[in-house]
Ligand binder design. Structure first.
Ligand code: ATP
Ligand code: MG
Length: 411
């Protein structure tokens, strides 16, 4: 199983240039997380701090009880073996064949025979669709292929923590869709903790359990994906929709005068680059390819998130409740009533689980559109919908007593 990575009060600067301050977040063990942020906000620097390649001035990165920022070099060396890292530029050795590049960590860190190494390398090359390119040099393959080779190399040691810096950059949309599925399948198979940095909104919407964003030298938010996907923060809204209008400019920040000018242009009918559709809102998360085991992390995450649900913004609560099965919904409802005493979120349609009724297909998990018109987010209907199930408030008399939510932990 993957291991938890706890980041506490981390700050990093280069000389007098502060990159980010006081970043605190936890990558829950085995869960998939995505970190977003405009170019130059320090996402790559953050990943390098997580593996101890860069030293932050303040804070801790704790893995298995060891603080990477202050531990001796030999502990750092051991902890690094838990990681598989895909660097933003691929970081392949230019004079080595792709095969030797991918085999490098195995030759460096294990005593495996060349036959074993060959088997592992070829299976990872196959996984990333690179069979046939083993003997080429990095300079002889495309940028997207170098990315995939870098990913194969990140996977050869069966890492417990996988960091991917823009794994999709340079990939066409189809390869990106395959890559998203590959990461989810990998997670189902090895339960590794995964952190992905990406600018690809599709990946951010469909792959992770948790989503975060860096902006203006701070972590704007980090938490269950539904929180960021339904957020009304201007910077999040702008980023998810890829619009010019908003706090992010070509250089990181905009002044008020430029904001006002851009708003006037948009009001006069000039496009700000976004599609008409508002891309916020909770869409179904990718599931492992049929035939693979379900993701253990998804089950653990459900337990974790349901216990903090009442502390999340209502729009995020709606998004999460809408994704529950009817049984889970009822168990949660009962657990919440008994342990927190708090009522369920107010909107009656918003709290219906997806399988409940046709109404649930119109769950307002997407915030109001930017024109101020309420948009009705139509969630993809589930594959199988039970016939005429009861409303959540009207439990059938024969309903078994719901189990407390917490008892599920560790099952
Ligand atoms: N080794 C270094 N020495 C000095 N400054 C650095 C170093 N590495 C990164 N920086 C600076 O830190 C800032 C953040 O860089 P980083 O590469 O982390 O951005 P990013 O968010 O990954 O951007 P992008 O989305 O374009 O990849 C930049 O201003 C960069 O110039
Ligand atoms: Mg980067």
């Amino acid at each position: 199983m993957g291991v938890e990575v706890a980041v506490e009060g981390l700050s990093k600067s280069f000389g007098n240039q502060a990159i980010w301050r006081d970043v605190t977040l936890t990558l829950p063990s085995g869960e998939v997380s995505v970190l977003l942020g405009p170019s130059g906000t320090g996402k790559s620097v953050f990943l390098k701090c997580l593996i101890g390649l860069l030293k932050p001035e303040k804070g801790r990165v704790v893995i298995n009880g060891v603080d990477l920022c202050s531990c001796p070099e030999r502990d750092l060396y051991e902890i690094r073996k838990l990681f598989g890292v895909l660097f933003q530029d691929g970081a392949l050795f230019g004079s080595m064949s792709i095969f030797d590049n991918v085999a490098f960590p195995l030759r460096e860190h294990t005593k495996k025979s060349e036959k074993e190494i060959r088997d592992i390398v070829m299976s990872k090359m196959d996984m990333v669709g690179m069979l046939g390119a083993e003997m080429k040099l990095p300079g002889e393959i495309s940028g997207g292929m170098r990315k995939r080779a870098g990913l194969a190399r990140a996977l050869v040691l069966d890492p417990q923590i996988i960091l991917c810096d823009e794994p999709d950059s340079g990939l066409d949309p189809v390869r990106t869709a395959y890559l998203s599925q590959l990461l989810i399948d990998l997670n189902a198979q090895i339960d590794a903790t995964i952190l992905i940095v990406t600018h690809n909104i599709n990946v951010a919407r469909t792959v992770p359990d948790n989503l975060g964003m860096l902006f203006r030298k701070e972590l704007v938010m980090f938490g269950p994906r539904e929180v960021l996907l339904t957020s009304e923060e201007p910077v999040v809204e702008q980023f998810l929709n890829g619009r010019r209008l908003g706090p992010i400019g070509m250089s990181e920040e905009k002044d008020q005068a430029q904001m006002a000018q851009e708003r006037a242009h948009v009001e006069a009918g000039h496009s700000d680059g976004a599609l008409d559709e508002d891309l916020r809102g909770v869409v179904p998360q990718l599931e492992p390819t049929p035939g693979l085991p379900p993701r253990d992390a998804a089950r653990r995450r459900r337990q974790r998130v349901m216990q903090i649900l009442h502390t999340l913004p209502e729009s995020a609560q709606h998004g999460i409740l809408a994704s529950l099965s009817r049984d889970d919904y009822e168990r949660y409802q009962e657990w919440r009533r008994r342990t927190t005493g708090m009522p369920m979120p107010s909107s009656p349609t918003a709290t219906l689980p997806r399988e409940q009724t046709q109404v649930s297909q119109q769950l307002p998990t997407r915030p109001a559109s930017r024109a101020g018109q309420p948009t009705q987010q139509v969630q993809r209907p589930p594959q199988q919908r039970p016939a005429a199930p009861p409303q959540p408030q009207q439990a059938p008399p024969t309903r078994p007593r719901p189990r407390p939510w917490r008892r599920e932990e560790g099952q």
